[in-house]
Design a protein around this ligand. Sequence first.
Ligand code: HEC
Length: 134
Amino acid sequence: MQIRNFKLKLLPLLSASLFATALFADGDPQLSTTAGSRLFDATAGEELYKASCQACHMPDGKGDNGAGFYPSLVNNVRLMSAKTTTEIVTNGLRGMPPFREYLTDEQIIEVVKYIRTNFGNNFKSPVTVADIPK
Ligand code: HEC
């Protein structure tokens, strides 16, 4: 009885870790258009943040000030402007790479919406294709 219960609990755990291994098996998903194509199909802002931003800005959005300077996105008044935020993501900013070639317009909009309404930010003004610099 005990053994049986244990196996039942273990199975979903095992398949979950196999899935994780498969997901990350093809190398660094960051900024790589070929290896990342599956990840970059994601349209949900949260998934896009995880795939493209959290390596530098950290999962909690607080950034990092150790080996390099990665600004915190938490309670960040700079994100008040949909246009400024969208420009930074599209064209990059000094140490931050541009995402124009890695994300579609729709994905840029989704990830900008995500950071503007998470990490303590509550900027709900719309983000549109007009905010993306040409
Ligand atoms: C390779 C590391 C790296 C990645 C990946 C990265 N950023 Fe950045 N980001 C930076 C750095 C460094 C800065 C600071 C640039 C400066 O001011 O010199 C920055 C600045 C910003 C800022 C401006 C914050 C402020 O207070 O000035 C925003 C907004 C931002 N990033 C959003 C994002 C989003 C959204 C993504 C994912 C699509 C992302 N970043 C991916 C490194 C990164």
